[in-house]
Write a protein that binds this ligand. Structure first.
Ligand code: CA
Length: 234
């Protein structure tokens, strides 16, 4: 199961906003478009439903696109951002890159150019996850996990998880989308350290589901594949 990439558009000019929505939706993306910078920022850094890409107009009333970009980089360093600049605003482009934009389009832009840049950035970042893994912060189901610090947040609160629990979750994440056998889990997480009771992995899976699933009894993310192992789907 592959989820449709969700693209957030922050643009105050109604005609451009509508045009972007139309073009991106026609291409099969899921689009949320807002005119307010503050609303856009809160959607961009929403840990429960992060976009895979943000299209950000730099010239916004109130909070500026540059301020939004800075805040996104602080709260969601892994989130790809394409800035939209007006023609002739070369300074904006430079500023945007300095603040960590991934790419830019200059108004007026062609649809083909825009779609090309969107799909290139999405391809390069492979959604939010691969980059997030490299900075150590990953959203897994309802949890936000910092593997470097071994912190797991659920509803903004740090939850208990043992080192082996983190290692098991990371192993499932490395193999996300694929079935991982119990042997592989045992090998990659426990290695030669211990001879495990087969219930041990089951107990960890139960624990992980309590942490990441909306309903641990009806898993959305961490699935049991009977007779084969487990599969994490994000
Ligand atoms: Ca504008």
């Amino acid at each position: 199961m592959k989820r449709t990439p969700y693209i957030l558009v922050i643009e105050d000019e109604a005609a451009i906003r509508r045009g972007l929505v139309e073009v991106l939706e026609a291409k099969g993306y899921r689009v949320v478009a807002v005119s307010s910078g503050l609303e856009g920022l809160s959607l961009a850094i929403d840990p429960m439903e992060p976009p895979q890409l943000v299209l950000l107009d730099l010239m916004l009333p109130g909070i500026s696109g540059a301020e939004i970009l800075q805040e996104i980089r602080r709260c969601a360093p892994q989130l790809p951002v394409i800035i939209i600049t007006a023609k002739g605003q070369e300074r904006d482009k430079v500023l945007g890159f300095e603040l960590g934009a991934d790419d830019y389009v200059t108004k007026p832009f062609s649809i083909l150019e825009l779609l090309g840049r969107v799909s290139a950035v999405l391809r390069r970042t492979n959604g939010v996850l691969d980059r997030a893994v490299s900075v150590g912060l990953v959203i897994i189901g309802l949890a936000t996990v910092d593997f470097d610090q071994m912190v797991l947040l659920r509803d903004g609160i740090a939850r208990e998880l043992s080192v082996k629990g983190f290692e098991l979750l990371h192993c499932l994440l490395r193999h996300r989308g694929k079935v991982v056998s119990r042997d592989t889990l045992m090998d990659e997480v426990w290695g030669q350290e211990a001879i495990l009771n087969s219930r041990t992995i089951d107990n960890y899976i139960v624990k992980l589901r309590q942490l990441i699933e909306p309903d641990p009894n009806d898993p959305h993310y961490l699935h049991t594949v009977h007779g084969a192992g487990y599969r994490l789907i994000l």
